[in-house]
Design a protein around this ligand. Structure first.
Ligand code: UDX
Length: 481
């Protein structure tokens, strides 16, 4: 590698300025590199240029200001500029689920690599960060070599990203680990140079081949999804007994081999990564002839979807057995707190299922109302928890924002028509609610009637048909969604 260009002060480009790309570009500039961010979306680039992060991410606006003020961060919509500027090009474009199958849609990745390859005329490194099916990097390596004016001088590496929304800055600057999938020492040296400050702070590094790097990402997300669905499967068992899934999870978490992270039962996982990544992984494994090895991911997905249906069942029970005309305060729309992302959001699915059963659903999310409205304009959206709660027959906590955790049960109770609450995320103190006259229900926890009269009313209404179970729940979800 002696006669190859070294990476003393590499100039960096980042293609795609979504959650991943914008955060990466900003953090690389904060770390001292000259960075050029690219996106085809002119509006996004215009916002970033004036210091506005186009999505909600705590801490990122401050880092953007810092990076812009340093003069090291610029943005463009010209790929020619990108090709000319960079020594190391990171590709951070989206890989959404295909419309007609479980596979990942690779059109943006393919476009980014081929368009860069056609324009770059000096030795450079292309680094994929997007989550892709195993074998994509090898295919792109061949494609790039065919297209590039400099042939195989244009090298390719894969550097999967594990950042969580809501913790994007921390996860980028202080990740748990770095993974470099490389095909040459030169590519490894380039990545080591870029991530030197992070490596110097003691972050573990695993250097792999391209395929293993791709697999690390989907395997990690599959494991996390499986852990969540495991505890939610236990919640289903609890619901058929008098067991309590929150106590079960606590007891399991104290086994150091199991641990408590990603073992929180509730409405399940959503977002732009976990759901589509497990589906794409299963699809790819089937293509590779090893579908059986990850067939369980289909069950992980089903368990997750059933939680949404079961949540609607509990809300219907709270409402007395029929949802038509029932006023519901839906607290939360984002797929998790500290995010405005509503992609595959369990909260919004529940709100929509309630609406389709005739309920009058009023949604409040501290940050995600606008995105949710774009997706489901039929629901009512309001700007505060109090407005959502006014005259509600049932309050449903669907995303565990701190604001909802902190709500005072008695003051909330003064606003509603009936004190009935469904805690979809095990985020509330049941005693605080039941002691102030609320009927409190949660997934996977035994129902404790507030008073005899409540119990009598329950006796008179339709009981949850647990026996009709998983298959029927899935059928209903498929029919409704
Ligand atoms: C995830 C991965 O964590 C991250 O490493 C990867 O880079 C991208 O995908 P993210 O989508 O931001 O990150 O969300 P995450 O914090 O992982 O939560 C995913 C979903 O699981 C959320 O809907 C959350 O509410 C749910 N969840 C999480 C649970 O239901 N229970 C848990 O115990 C943990």
């Amino acid at each position: 590698m002696n006669n190859l260009p070294s990476f003393s002060a590499p100039k960096i480009t980042v293609c795609g300025t979504g959650y991943l790309g914008a955060t990466h570009a900003i953090c690389m500039a904060v770390m001292g590199f000259d960075v050029l961010g690219f996106d085809v979306d002119q509006h996004k680039i215009a916002q970033l240029r004036v210091g506005k992060v186009p999505f909600f991410e705590p801490g990122l606006p401050e880092k953007l200001q810092e990076a812009l003020a340093s003069g090291r961060l610029n943005f463009t919509t010209s790929l020619d500029e990108v090709a000319q500027f960079g020594d190391i090009h990171f590709v951070c474009v989206g890989t959404p689920q295909a419309i007609d199958s479980a596979a990942a849609d690779l059109r943006y990745v393919d476009a980014a690599f081929s368009e860069l390859a056609a324009r770059i005329t000096r030795k450079a490194l292309l680094v994929g960060k997007s989550t892709v099916p195993i074998g994509t990097a090898a295919r792109l390596t061949r494609m790039v070599a065919d297209i590039s004016p400099i042939g195989s001088e244009l090298e390719l590496a894969w550097n999967p990203e594990f950042l969580r929304e809501g913790f994007a800055v921390k996860d980028t600057l202080r990740p748990d680990r770095l993974v470099f999938g490389v095909a040459s020492e030169w590519a490894e040296a380039g990545l080591r140079r870029v991530f030197r400050p992070i490596l110097d702070s003691g972050t573990p590094l695993i250097v792999t081949d391209l395929a293993t790097a791709e697999l690390v990402k989907v395997a990690a997300n599959s494991f996390l999804a499986t852990k969540i669905s495991f505890i939610n499967a236990m919640a289903e068992v609890c619901e058929a007994t008098s067991a309590d899934v929150t106590l079960l999870a606590e007891a399991l978490s104290l086994d150091a081999r199991i641990g408590g992270r990603f073992l929180k039962p509730g409405l399940g996982f959503g977002g732009g990564c976990l759901p589509k990544d497990i589906r794409a992984f299963k699809h790819r494994a089937e293509e590779l002839g090893v579908g059986q090895a990850v067939r369980f991911l289909g069950e992980v997905d089903s368990i997750n979807n059933r939680r949404r249906v079961r949540t609607v069942d509990l809300i219907r029970e709270l409402a007395g057995g029929d949802l038509s005309g029932v006023r519901i305060a839906a607290l939360g729309a984002a797929f998790k707190p500290n995010s405005d992302d509503v992609r595959d959001a369990p909260a919004l699915d529940v709100a929509r299922l309630l609406y389709l059963e005739g309920a009058v659903v009023t949604v409040y999310d501290p940050e995600a109302n606008a995105n949710a409205h774009r997706l489901y304009p039929d629901l009512n959206y309001v700007g505060s928890l109090a407005e959502a709660a006014v005259q509600a027959d049932v309050v449903a906590l669907l995303t565990e924002w701190e604001e909802f955790r902190q709500a005072d049960p008695d003051r909330l109770g003064a606003l509603v028509r009936h004190r009935r609450i469904l805690d979809g995320r095990h985020a509330l103190d049941p005693d605080g609610y039941t002691s102030t006259g609320w009927e409190y229900r949660a997934l996977g926890r035994p129902y404790q009637p507030r008073t005899a009269s409540v119990q009598q009313r329950r006796d008179g209404m339709a009981q949850p048909d647990l026996a009709h179970g998983a298959a029927a729940a899935e059928d209903r979800l498929n029919n409704l969604l």
